[in-house]
Write a protein that binds this ligand. Sequence first.
Ligand code: ATP
Ligand code: MG
Length: 395
Amino acid sequence: MKFKSFLIKYAEIGVKGKNRFLFEDALVRQIHLSLKPLNSTCHVYKEVGRIYVDICDYDYEEVIEALQHVFGIVGICPVVQIEDNGFEDLKQTIVKYMDEMYKEKKITFKVNARRARKNYPLKSMEINAAIGEALLKAFPEIRVDVHNPQVMLNIEIRKRINIYSETIPGPGGMPVGTAGKGMLLLSGGIDSPVAGYMMAKRGVNLEAVYFHTPPYTSDRAKQKVMDLAKKVAAYSGPIKLNIVNFTDIQMYIYEQCPHEELTIIMKRYFYKIAERLAEAHGCLALITGESVGQVSSQTMQSLGVINSVCEKLPVFRPLIAFDKQDIVDISEKIDTYEISIEPYEDCCTTFVADHPVTKPNLKIIKKSETRLQEKIDELVETALQNVEEVIITSE
Ligand code: ATP
Ligand code: MG
């Protein structure tokens, strides 16, 4: 059956009181953006507590796939919309609808009428009974099951009448653009793309920063990060990726500081630079893919020492209590896993010490950092002045 419209169901954003329209408008905007690349003629609009997509010349699978990338949607219902031409007309339309939708007819069903327009001549229960009876008469094989029906036939009496019986799950979450912007520290690993996806799911717009260390990390490693950003952008919308050349800072730390502290000190400079960029670009938080205990730099002590360089912005770590396998599961779902496991070196592995400190002490780390006094500020400024910006989109 070829549908001309989809009814979009949303949950959480329905309860936002006075701000509700902002959320609905953001959802309409995101739906528009997701359908644009399909080049179908479509009209996305809201109408008393409902969002509709009217669309023609389209491929069903493509449209569903696009809508399943829009946060804020909990259900996608292919819907038949008709004008109210009397109850007889409604009955006939529904018999035809069920005939086309369930060709085999070996189903149990329940009619679920909702009368949002109270001047309709029949009450909901009367509609349920009369439509049920008409269907049983038209198709002797089908059965009613009011407790656990295979098909819930929804009839919504509004200005027009909506008929639908299928709900395809959406991704949930909040529409991107309703929560402000965050700066994602994006590496080529498994975790950070998932962290970005999870924050976007809460409505956060993403910008990203990648610390590149040529020639110790190759152009291919940089391309890998862009490929990952592209996958995340399919959910979050376009991402501005800031590529920071970190080589001189990395080498300077390597020359001046104890090697077992290298990872910690390097991460502190990642955070410092990321915070500077975030502030300059209007981001409200940093986002990382860290999870307690995963590696030596992610012990509670290490996280504390790294975190303490951030003076102005909070650091969000949506994966902090996730097991690796749970993160892998999400990365497979969002299609980043295969890219993340490509074997291109990252700067941490090139310089990592045999026995990095796992319980760093802030005072000791700060003391080591005094050895950087002479040149570090200048190196940080140079890195910030030479940031390469790339806009990453999903196409
Ligand atoms: P991931 O799988 O995200 O790479 P990881 O388990 O390898 O994480 P670390 O290398 O300790 O962990 O990195 C912790 C976090 O620091 C990453 O999740 C990411 O947010 C950030 N990060 C690490 N390396 C870089 C980099 N080169 N550029 C930007 N951010 C980075
Ligand atoms: Mg990593």
